[in-house]
Design a protein around this ligand. Structure first.
Ligand code: ADP
Ligand code: MG
Length: 308
């Protein structure tokens, strides 16, 4: 940690009252409670050892002081952001090194956790949603209860079934998914959250570069898959059968849960799924609904429109 030491040496050289300042500095360093403790734990250090290493002790003291008055990584004033000084004695020599402080460790842990949420086209407020912020009003009561039940069960392993939330626009269905994903990351469980209309677009675009299967694989294998706003975009028989059908089939066989949000109940969705640009195909629609029922439990969500 050269800067502090070299600045100090320069200062010492140029200062007229060198001795006076030097002894004051030495007193300050030796009176520091952290350094007192350190020296008490190392009685083998002689005064000449201490003298020789005074600059390191001085640097240690100045960086420690920054840490004592610090409350977040953001406000860190140390030379290397997020690092606190550590003193050690090796062969009667004092070594000064730096280790990650608690704020940096926490920050890195949080950053690792956010990697557990993969999302495609989800708004920021949803990705920051928190389960504590969901008020348990009576209209959404059942939905909230089911959400908490899933979280309770997660402690014993990921349940087979997710939830198919359906209800009017703006009641907080998508918010539930964000809040759940954020809770699951604390259990080290990864969620993949996708806005359905964009998934259709993405898959169509992937046809050009042959990456469809690679992308489908991500959705098949996510610990928890969350499909937001399923319904209106399903006019393509190809998407319904080859993409959605294949993802759901895989997850059903592997017993991996899927969460959905929709403005449509499963009955309504069945009618929509049957009607594609290729005509009316009730059997194929029925097959998809059957798979949705295998990977999730249908739960209605009522309440006021929170966007108004
Ligand atoms: P839906 O998916 O049912 O159409 P959203 O989940 O998008 O509704 O919610 C609508 C708006 O209300 C969003 O801006 C969302 O952030 C907000 N919201 C929903 N539930 C909550 C909640 N419990 N606390 C705070 N904001 C919420
Ligand atoms: Mg929504």
């Amino acid at each position: 940690m050269k800067p502090v030491q070299s600045t100090l040496k320069k200062w010492l050289k140029t200062n007229k009252n060198f001795q006076e300042h030097y002894s004051k500095l030495k007193q300050d360093v030796l009176n520091d409670s952290n350094i007192e403790t350190f020296l008490m734990n190392h009685p083998e250090l002689t005064s000449s050892d201490i003298e020789r290493n005074l600059m390191k002790l001085y640097e240690y003291r100045s960086q420690c002081r920054n840490c004592q008055n610090c409350h977040s990584l953001h406000s860190c004033r140390n030379m290397i952001k997020g690092y606190s000084p550590v003193l050690e004695v090796v062969d009667r020599d004092i070594h000064l090194s730096y280790k990650k402080c608690q704020y940096l460790i926490e920050y890195e842990r949080e950053r690792e956790k956010t990697k557990l949420i993969q999302s495609l086209y989800m708004p920021k407020d949803i990705l920051e949603a928190s389960i504590e912020d969901i008020d348990n009003d009576s209209e959404r009561g059942q939905a909230v209860l089911e959400l908490h039940r899933f979280i309770r069960q997660v402690k014993d392993g990921i349940p087979e079934k997710g939830i198919y939330f359906h209800g009017p626009f703006g009641v907080g269905k998508t918010y539930f998914l964000g809040a759940l994903a954020n809770t699951l990351k604390n259990f080290n469980i990864s969620s993949t959250l996708i806005y359905m209309p964009e998934l259709v677009r993405e898959m169509r675009a992937s046809l050009k570069d042959d990456s469809v299967n690679k992308k489908i694989d991500i959705f098949k294998k996510a610990d928890v898959l969350m499909l937001d706003d399923i319904g209106a975009e399903l006019q393509s028989a190809w998407f319904r059968d080859e993409i959605l059908g294949s993802i759901l089939q895989f997850r059903m066989m592997e017993k991996r849960p899927v969460f959905f949000t929709s403005n449509y109940s499963l009955d309504q969705l069945e009618t929509m799924l049957a009607t594609t640009r290729s005509g009316v195909e009730t059997v194929k629609a029925g097959r998809i609904i059957e798979r949705i029922k295998q990977v999730s439990r249908e739960v209605p969500v009522y309440g006021k429109n929170r966007r108004e």
